[in-house]
Write a protein that binds this ligand. Structure first.
Ligand code: HEM
Ligand code: MTE
Ligand code: MO
Length: 486
């Protein structure tokens, strides 16, 4: 590119009109004329948002540009080099915004998200926005990252499958191989973090972990191929075969020692077609956003979020569980009597969490939020909203709401998309609503919810019997306190 002219950022800034000087953008040290490309851009006229500017911040949101092919198109539009002084200035601006080091290349996030930690990035959506739709929009889907988000070129990416039945070297498949070899499948599923509602658990006695409220869960439609189809293609259909017990799922996000995020699921889950375990390449009809696992992600319906491994790089069939930290030391249920002061507390770690227990919560109103009385009507009504969900595909049979701490109950109305789910394959949540008549002469309401799943499992009424030092698996009755404004 040495023969191309050099331009300053100020000159690029002036190229914002297709009619006069053309529309230019910059990317790293290159200057590009996109005037003729705009009409052909697969993402439409959004590209104009970057007119005269750097496209980098935009490409941080839209992972689909993370492609050798896209960079080839871009180079075809090159008209010059950016003045090295401006290249340095842009880089400094980027570092100021995103920081330096392992977290310098994180994607952009929706400003409405409530951030629980920045590095790694963890955030949950406001409950009122989350419950507006059955399927959560991608940019409002809760984010739970243990490590920096990797930056993967989809064209170079190959998923490796090894272990029992595949030999040590195993095989590898590109994203294209997956799409062309196996039948395309769709699954609508809710992903819930084991730490959802941890904040309430800490009110009983401090637990360790991110302080999640009630919205460390979201729902999406995932497109991909069944893991059971892939394994069957290579002749693995029987879980009793030569000692296969676990299916490891390993991501491409790594800590500074090189240890990847990884997890495992029982081989029975991986092989069972009815469990619909997916190797997904799309989320709500878009390439999976970087935060949610671009370019490939394991979707394990009905199973705790932690096993839905993002940025999937390797699948290994084994006679033992995955040995990484988050399978062995975390995402396990400790008994209520064990805490960090207990001698050798790791000894008490229970089995790794897989299917989650029945859950429900109220999302509107929020606890502490004052409810204004209309005053005009005979009886004032408060609309209460929330979700229910159970692990293992168990359907929600009923959602009960009480205003007197469980003495009497009213039945909520369940969302039709939810109740239409097949028996034993209710992977998605059950949104519910109930209009409550507000009694006269009260200054507050204490509202309680519980759900019942298709195994007639119920939620515990208090947190005490399920308290655990990691603050996972909180599915006690959810309670809110609502002051009534007279
Ligand atoms: C999709 C090229 C700039 C927004 C795409 C795709 C290509 C492309 C090839 C299809 C990718 C795929 O689906 O495999 C380019 C080039 C650009 C540019 C060469 C600069 C010269 C931008 C900018 C924005 C943008 C600045 C936003 C402000 C989008 C969106 C999609 C898309 C929304 C749809 C895919 C998605 O939602 O993830 N672009 N693009 N693009 N592009 Fe661009
Ligand atoms: N996969 C990888 N590779 N790295 C991670 O940090 N976090 C897990 C799981 N998969 C994680 C991962 C946890 S604990 C949860 S709850 C879900 O991803 C969160 O998925 P989301 O960020 O798409 O909401
Ligand atoms: Mo999680």
């Amino acid at each position: 590119k040495a023969d191309l002219p050099t331009y300053t950022l100020a000159q690029v800034n002036a190229h914002i009109s297709a009619k006069t000087d053309g529309i230019w953008v910059v990317y790293k040290n290159g200057v590009y004329d996109i005037t003729k490309f705009i009409a052909a851009h697969p993402g439409g006229t959004k590209i104009l948002l970057a007119s005269g500017k750097s496209i980098e911040p935009f490409w941080q949101i839209y992972a689909a540009h993370n492609h050798g092919d896209v960079h080839k198109i871009l180079e075809g539009l090159r008209v010059g080099n950016l003045d090295p002084v401006d290249v340095k200035a842009l880089e400094e601006e980027r570092v100021k915004k995103f920081g330096a080091g392992p977290y310098a290349n994180e994607p952009m996030r929706h400003p409405a998200m409530k951030i629980n930690s920045n590095q790694p990035f963890n955030a949950e959506p406001p409950p009122e926005l989350l419950m507006e739709t059955f399927i959560t929009p991608n940019d409002l889907f809760f984010i739970r990252n243990h490590l920096p988000v990797p930056d993967i070129d989809i064209n170079q990416h190959k998923i490796e499958i090894s272990g029992i039945g595949f030999g040590q070297d195993g095989i590898s498949l590109s994203v294209e191989d997956l799409k062309t070899t196996f039948k395309q499948r769709e699954v609508i599923t809710t992903i819930q973090c084991a730490g959802n509602r941890r904040a309430e658990m800490s009110q009983i006695k401090q637990v360790n972990g991110l302080s999640w409220d009630t919205t460390a869960l979201s729902t999406a439609k995932w497109t991909g191929v069944y893991l059971s189809d892939i394994l069957a293609f290579y002749g693995i259909v029987d879980e009793d075969e030569v000692g296969i017990k676990h299916c490891h799922l390993e991501g491409l996000d790594r800590d500074i020692t090189g240890q990847a995020y990884g997890a495992s699921i029982p081989i029975a889950t991986a092989l069972d077609k009815r469990k619909e375990v997916l190797i997904a390449y799309a989320m709500n009809d878009e390439p999976i956003p970087r935060d949610h696992g671009y370019p490939l992600r394991a979707i394990v319906p009905g199973t705790v979020g932690a096993r839905n491994v993002k940025f999937l790089g390797r699948i290994i069939l084994s006679d033992e569980e995955y040995q990484g930290f988050w399978q062995q030391k975390d995402y396990r249920g400790f008994p209520p009597n064990v805490d960090y002061s207990t001698q050798d507390f790791h000894r008490f770690a229970g089995a790794s969490i897989q299917e989650l227990p029945v859950q429900s919560a109220i999302t509107e109103p929020r606890t502490g939020q004052t409810w204004p009385l209309e005053g005009s009507e005979e009886v004032d009504v408060m609309t209460v909203k929330g979700y229910a969900w159970s692990g293992g595909g168990r359907n929600i049979l009923r959602v009960d709401v009480s205003l007197d701490n469980g003495q009497t109950w009213q039945e909520a109305t369940l969302a039709p998309e939810a109740t239409a789910q097949r028996y034993g394959r209710a992977w998605a949540w059950t949104p519910w609503t109930l209009d409550i008549d507000i009694p006269d002469d009260i200054d507050h309401l204490d509202v309680v919810v519980k759900a019942i799943d298709s195994s007639y499992n119920v939620q515990p009424d208090t947190i005490n019997p399920i308290w655990n030092m990691r603050g996972v698996l909180n599915n006690a009755w959810h309670r809110i306190h609502v002051p009534i404004q007279k």
